[in-house]
Design a binder for this molecule. Structure first.
Ligand SMILES: C[S@@+](CC[C@H](N)C(=O)[O-])C[C@H]1O[C@@H](n2cnc3c(N)ncnc32)[C@H](O)[C@@H]1O
Length: 288
């Protein structure tokens, strides 16, 4: 007899047991570095509910059985990581960083010919849905208006395939672009022709500056061939333990040119790590 279909009530009453939680936490940390301590159990349970529904499983035990005993892992890992990652972001988040970039960092790099002899290269590492790399593209496009010949490229990378899809599409609900100053909106954003769709798209001038790639910071090699002049790696490292932060930042530092800059999130401190960096301002570092 066929088993009855899984209902929403079944999934809502399902609980993630201790052993399954531990196995999942170990898997997640090993795969992408994100630590999920016991306090995050309800969060993990909630996020995985979507996967239970999608796969037609009644409970987390069935899901774990599929992952760990029925060879489901290879097929499921991308979806699992997509629901586990926290992708909160916004345009002009921690706005002082963009002032430091255009007011201090870019003029200094321009003096060394970077941005003129060759394009300035900026990497948004852990770029989520694209708000950070597109903010960078807008502020640097403003610099290009007053610095003839100034050229730049931006690379956005993330482990989450969902957010990369949004970033590449470059379409955002109007409410999300609230922090973008009005003159920039006029210069760089396109409004949807269908007025009932309250959406904007990054204009072609901005989109052509930015490319996106899938990248897991836990990968042994990042495959980024060109050294980067500026790296924004903000609000990503907070999810990692100290040894993982050390390892990831060592690799990121290898990608930065000497004299290049690293920006981290305002709640992130590198004081407990040993890295080839000198602090230039709170949360802003120079590669030595
Ligand atoms: C909270 S968002 C921060 C986005 C943006 N940097 C900002 O500050 O607005 C963190 C991003 O890091 C990504 N991430 C987490 N672990 C990662 C890993 N191991 N490799 C690459 N990206 C990762 C997540 O998918 C998420 O989109």
């Amino acid at each position: 007899m066929a088993s009855p279909p899984v209902t929403t009530a079944d999934i809502h009453s399902a609980r993630l047991g201790d052993r399954d939680f531990r196995r999942l936490a170990e898997l997640i940390e090993g795969y992408c570095g994100i630590r999920t301590p016991p306090i995050k159990r309800i969060l993990v349970e909630g996020r995985l509910r979507r996967r239970l529904r999608a796969l037609g499983f009644k409970g987390y035990d069935e899901y774990c059985d599929y992952l760990f005993h029925r060879n489901g892992l290879a097929e499921e890992i991308t979806n699992l990581i997509d629901v586990i990652t926290t992708n909160k972001t916004e345009f002009f988040r921690e706005a002082q960083h963009f002032d430091i970039l255009t007011g201090t960092v870019v003029p200094e790099l321009l003096q060394a010919g970077i941005g003129r002899r060759r394009p300035l290269r900026v990497w948004s590492a852990g770029c989520s849905t694209g708000a950070e790399p597109y903010t960078l593209a807008m502020v640097l496009s403003d610099v290009a208006m007053v610095e003839p010949g100034f050229d730049f490229r931006i690379l956005g990378t993330d482990i989450c395939t969902d957010v990369l899809r949004t970033a590449r599409r470059a379409v955002y609900p109007e409410e999300v672009i609230g922090p973008v100053p009005m003159p920039m909106r006029r210069r760089y954003l396109l409004r949807s022709r269908e007025t009932e769709r309250q959406e904007v798209r990054m204009g072609p001038e901005i989109r052509r500056r930015v490319s996106f790639r899938h990248l897991n910071f836990m990968a042994p090699a990042y495959g980024i061939v060109e050294p980067q002049d500026v790296v924004f790696c903000r609000n990503v490292l907070i999810y990692f333990e100290r040894p993982t932060r050390q390892m990831v930042l060592e690799r990121i530092c290898q990608q930065i040119v000497p004299g290049g800059y690293l920006f981290v999130g305002h709640s992130e401190h590198l004081g407990d790590l040993t890295l080839p960096l000198r602090q230039a301002a709170p949360t802003v570092y120079v590669r030595v």
